[in-house]
Write a protein that binds this ligand. Structure first.
Ligand code: DQA
Length: 143
């Protein structure tokens, strides 16, 4: 089962931005963990990150018909990028929206997600472990 893990805007600043909220480990640490968990769960994973919305949209386009599942943390785009919702809409396989922090208990504007209603799963507020949970959720849906 092939899963793309797509981290969006500012996730490359992990370890440097607000460690109280996001922890003090880096994106590279996160990706190393994700690859190790994927091996344990016998999943084939590719991690990608970008700060460019159009590139993120293209990551999703590349996953159409190619990935069996997606893990998406679009960062702040989550709260306003209709382009990302439109790109994901034709994705027929399961996906999980992940947020390191508990976006439901922070500022009001973080509570809304453009991915709402697309039928995906959601893991919030569990830090890096949220990605493990997302991998397990997708692995559990294996045909
Ligand atoms: C985030 C939450 C977003 O509100 C924020 O803009 C981020 C990170 C998270 O993982 O908790 O950049 O997606």
């Amino acid at each position: 089962m092939r899963i793309d893990v797509l981290n969006g805007v500012n996730l490359d600043l992990l370890g440097k931005r607000d460690p109280g909220t996001y922890g003090d480990s880096s994106l590279q640490d996160l990706e190393t963990q994700v690859y190790a968990w994927a091996r344990e769960l016998d999943l084939q994973v590719r991690c990608r990150q970008t700060n460019h919305e159009g590139e993120y949209v293209e990551f999703i386009h590349h996953a159409l018909g190619a990935a069996d599942g997606l893990i998406l943390n679009p960062g702040a785009w989550t709260h306003y990028s209709w382009a990302i919702r439109d790109a994901l809409e034709p994705f027929a396989n399961p996906f999980v929206e992940v947020h390191l922090s508990n976006v439901d208990e922070r500022e009001e504007w973080r509570r809304f997600s453009v991915l709402e209603g697309l039928g995906g799963m959601r893991v919030v507020g569990k830090g890096f472990d949220g990605y493990r949970e997302a991998l397990a959720l997708l692995g559990g849906q294996r045909a």
